[in-house]
Design a protein around this ligand. Structure first.
Ligand SMILES: C[S@@+](CC[C@H](N)C(=O)[O-])C[C@H]1O[C@@H](n2cnc3c(N)ncnc32)[C@H](O)[C@@H]1O
Length: 193
């Protein structure tokens, strides 16, 4: 049975599933033009398979802030991120604001929003954090896909619903498309000042 806090599968399994779809990382990195020296915020990193990929790209002059609300996930994350000193892990709930973080070049929110109580509040927190040049990459499992991998179709977030929500909060959707592993992405920029 699906639960938003992922307690129904355990973090080993979450990590296995991340590794299964890690080929999405290069696409997300390319879409955001992620480059050495950039500042990244990775919201809901879980065991950190994707966080590692971002940290490798930004390198030593860059920084990745991994914002995770589950202390158990953070234990996994710390193990997975050994030897990477350009990642800062923070225990925090992104629905309640993102504080003490510099304005990022890129924000990743991948497969997180359908685990939150209020996707709108997460988007509002991001809106307060970013500047108009920041790129925000949201990826989710598509409820219009066939449901062979990932969460049950009825627990997924519709791309059109997220598109409207993001626009209401003050973002422009620069591009959106379906991807492998039953995913779609939205690439956002902050429009309202
Ligand atoms: C399915 S995992 C996704 C991990 C990774 N982003 C990926 O693409 O594989 C969802 C993660 O988001 C975290 N999460 C959910 N709601 C959150 C919130 N409001 N603030 C921070 N982390 C959150 C969960 O604890 C979990 O580790």
């Amino acid at each position: 049975m699906f639960t938003k806090d992922l307690s129904f599968i355990g973090w080993d399994e979450v990590k296995r599933r991340q590794l299964e779809r890690v080929s999405l990382a290069p696409q997300w990195i390319e879409l955001t033009n992620l480059a050495p020296g950039m500042i990244v915020v990775d919201i809901g990193p879980g065991p950190g398979v994707f966080t590692r990929e971002y940290a490798k790209v930004v390198g030593k002059p860059g920084k990745v802030y991994a914002i995770e609300k589950s202390p158990q996930a953070i234990e996994f994350l710390q193990i997975g991120l050994k030897k990477l000193d350009n990642v800062q892990v923070r225990l925090a709930d992104a629905e309640h604001g993102l504080t003490d973080i510099p304005r990022p070049d890129v924000v990743f929110v991948t497969d997180v929003l359908h685990h939150t109580d209020s996707p709108r509040d997460v988007l509002k927190s991001i809106f307060e954090l970013v500047h108009s040049n920041s790129k925000i990459l949201i990826a989710e499992y598509d409820p219009a896909a066939d449901g062979k991998v990932g969460p049950p179709l009825e627990h997924r977030l519709d791309a059109n619903v997220l598109f409207e929500l993001a626009t209401e909060v003050g973002f422009t959707v620069e591009s959106t498309e379906t991807q492998d592993y039953e995913h779609y992405y939205l690439l956002l920029r902050r429009t309202k000042l």
